[in-house]
Ligand binder design. Structure first.
Ligand code: ZN
Length: 87
């Protein structure tokens, strides 16, 4: 019975909580838009004005990367959710 319950929990963990994490694009990193410029001189000033931040959303299972522009508030929320999932 316990085994079934564990399997069930694993199943729910895999589906309900997507295993991905966010990595912030640092100011000195190349900008995500492929301009060849650094983030800090490209999209960063605009994002800062709008309270947004560019991040890489990385899947732990496929290592697939997606660029996301999230509000700082949203990222905080996601970050905590993902963090608690990872550790
Ligand atoms: Zn850019």
């Amino acid at each position: 019975m316990r085994k079934i319950l564990n399997n069930l929990l694993t199943f729910f963990n895999n589906t309900e909580e997507d295993t991905f994490y966010y990595v912030r694009i640092e100011r000195n990193d190349k900008c995500f838009c492929n301009s060849g410029k650094k983030y800090k001189v490209c999209h960063y000033p605009d994002h800062q004005k709008k309270g947004k931040v560019a991040v890489k959303k990385i899947s732990e299972t496929s290592a697939e990367e997606q660029i996301k522009v999230l509000s700082v508030k949203r990222l905080r929320k996601e970050y905590y959710r993902v963090k608690s999932n990872v550790h």
